[in-house]
Write a protein that binds this ligand. Structure first.
Ligand code: SF4
Ligand code: SF4
Length: 312
């Protein structure tokens, strides 16, 4: 079985592999709730008890379906709420869709700095009141910024941080891998629980995934690593890897990959200029990929200022 760790001072015990639901969601694979729940429960059999979701991904429904079979999984929800009213609406939506009267972690999505945290204080205050009432077990933030990890650690009212952590520092918006490592170490000393996002750098580190997961799990203070999964083969491969077993590389080879350009592309054209294969064009203000030319090298993703290109 996949081992577990406690998220900082929250006392919440999570599997070291966290099931990310973005990739199965309407934003990516568009699985049905039943199919997504089936994958979650397949991972559950291997010891995965931690599920990451967000209002943006529209993925609470998968979790609601899975929780019908196992009520005890740890659920992390995220929202762009910023004040009491928006936080209340987001929390009610989450609880309604997951079908439980509490959620384990409720996070403010994509925080950037002390300034954005201050701008969201109304939501944090509301969520901490809900925590006292037992409707939220822990309050947190997600961020791509090392500086925000430091600010959130001492801001007050924040128990958990979900930072971007990978062996090449891909996507760390304000610095390097080392800057993020120092920020995580600081937050850990403050008693903050953390789990990592984008350990595979948005797909760019898939060719080095063993090393990439090993790195993320080795960062002290990181209790779990969120990995998006949308196929049986991915679930089996990742569960094997996190369980310390020798995964069947054939499963990974069957893992069909493609380049995904997210809807928030601003059409700046940097990716098209970077691609040596001539596989990207900007059409009607959005980047489009010609899959017949794309060799999935991932170079285009490294120049996207919006971090919206992924190999999935
Ligand atoms: S670099 Fe990113 S934002 Fe710019 S066109 Fe390409 S995908 Fe869109
Ligand atoms: S992954 Fe490589 S080949 Fe494919 S579009 Fe991006 S830069 Fe071009």
């Amino acid at each position: 079985m996949i081992s577990r760790a406690v998220l900082g001072r929250t006392g919440i015990e999570v599997s070291r592999l966290c099931f990310g639901t973005l990739t199965m969601s309407p934003m990516q694979a568009k699985l049905s709730h039943q199919e997504g729940a089936r994958l979650i429960l397949r991972a559950r059999e291997r010891g995965v008890n931690f599920l990451d979701a967000a209002e943006l991904y529209d993925s609470y429904g998968y979790i609601g379906e899975a929780l019908k079979s196992d009520r005890d999984m740890v659920v992390a929800a995220k929202s762009y709420c910023y004040d009491e009213k928006t936080a209340q609406a987001s929390l009610e939506k989450c609880l309604r869709e997951i079908g439980r009267d509490w959620v384990d972690l409720f996070m403010l999505h994509e925080q950037e700095s002390i300034h954005t945290l201050r701008g969201h204080e109304g939501a944090l205050t509301y969520l901490n009141r809900q925590k006292e009432q037992g409707r939220v077990r822990a309050v947190g933030v997600s961020t791509h910024y090392a500086g925000c990890v430091r600010s959130a650690a001492t801001f007050g009212g924040i128990d958990v941080i979900f930072p971007i952590v990978n062996m090449e520092g891909l996507g760390v918006a304000d610095g390097s891998r080392e800057d993020m490592e120092r920020a995580v170490a600081f937050a850990r000393e403050c008693g903050i629980g953390m789990y990592a996002m984008k350990a595979l750098g948005g797909g760019h580190l898939i060719p080095k995934r063993r090393e990439a997961f090993r790195y993320a799990l080795s960062v002290e203070g990181i209790s779990s690593v969120a990995v998006g999964m949308q196929r049986d083969e991915e679930v089996d491969y990742n569960c094997d890897l996190f369980e310390g077993l020798e995964p069947n590389e054939e499963l990974a080879r069957r893992d069909k990959r493609r380049l995904l350009i997210d809807f928030w592309c601003e059409g700046c054209g940097r990716c098209a200029r970077r691609c040596g294969q001539g596989a990207i064009q900007v059409i009607d203000g959005r980047a489009r990929v010609d899959e017949s030319k794309c060799v999935l090298c991932g170079y285009c993703g490294s120049v996207c200022p919006q971090f919206c290109i992924k190999v999935v």
